[in-house]
Design a protein around this ligand. Structure first.
Ligand code: F6R
Length: 242
């Protein structure tokens, strides 16, 4: 595992963007696993800038997002499909039909999960999976517990996660209670994983995940089982690694 503590925001996003653009230069048809949340926004902005400057192209790339809320209309301002379109896809040369986000409004959510896994099997493995980490150690929406699920599945969001995400909704009651998420096995199938963590408030959980015991009580700790993980930490998140 390669853990880097970056000096400032510019170095943080530049390092992540270089990894992704490097991959696309070597393999323009690469499959990217993408995440939402506040952490990757700066990285997406940097990639948009590079795309506009002709330094990287997504024209042949395919993307799969980790997760989506259940029950929010696709065009709801807080749906992950809207997030990805607005923060990234609408501003780059990607073919929108090559971008995939689980459909949290599917009539049959279990069928939707199976279909998502089928697509990942057919078009995978993901070449680079971008991840953030939740304060409770979740990756995607794989919440801590006695067991974890391998494939894409329906999950009930924990109170801690709903509270953390309430900042994007009018009130806690408006935060969906369920989501579809890729499972830990699907995530770990990626050839390379790029974990981004920023903020003092994530210092303890990221240290526990990467240096503590491997346990389902901290889903991100399973990343220790993967042979090609790059971790980018800002000064705050990297506090306990120095
Ligand atoms: C988002 C996702 C989540 C976030 C995590 C961190 O698609 O799967 O696991 O990566 O909750 O979120 P932020 O970056 O908002 O702190």
């Amino acid at each position: 595992m390669n853990i880097f503590i970056l000096r400032d925001e510019e170095q943080f996003v530049q390092t992540g963007a270089s990894l992704i653009s490097g991959l696309l230069h070597t393999n323009p048809r690469a499959t990217l696993g993408l995440a939402t949340g506040s952490t990757p926004i700066g990285l997406y902005a940097k990639l948009i800038e590079m795309n506009k400057q002709g330094l990287v192209s997504f024209s042949q790339a395919t993307t799969y997002n980790l997760d989506e809320y259940v029950g929010l209309p696709e065009n709801h301002p807080e749906s992950y499909r809207t997030f990805m379109n607005e923060k990234f896809f609408n501003h780059i040369d990607i073919q929108i039909e090559r971008t995939h986000v689980p459909n949290g409004n599917a009539a049959n959510l279990e069928e939707e999960c199976l279909n998502y896994d089928r697509m990942l099997e057919e078009h995978g493995p993901v070449d680079l999976q971008l991840l953030g980490i939740g304060h409770n150690g979740h990756i995607g929406f794989n919440e801590p517990g006695e067991s974890l699920t391998g494939g894409t599945h329906l999950v009930e969001l924990q109170e801690k996660t709903r509270t953390a995400n309430a900042r994007f909704f009018p009130s806690l009651d408006d935060v969906p209670t369920h989501a579809i998420t890729m499972g830990v096995a699907s995530i770990l199938k990626a050839r390379q994983i790029l974990l981004l963590v920023r903020g003092e408030d994530k210092a303890e959980i990221v240290h526990r995940a990467l240096k503590g015991p491997i346990t389902t009580e901290c889903p991100a700790s399973l990343l220790q089982c993967h042979s090609n993980v790059v971790v980018l930490l800002d000064q705050g998140a990297g506090r306990l690694f120095v």
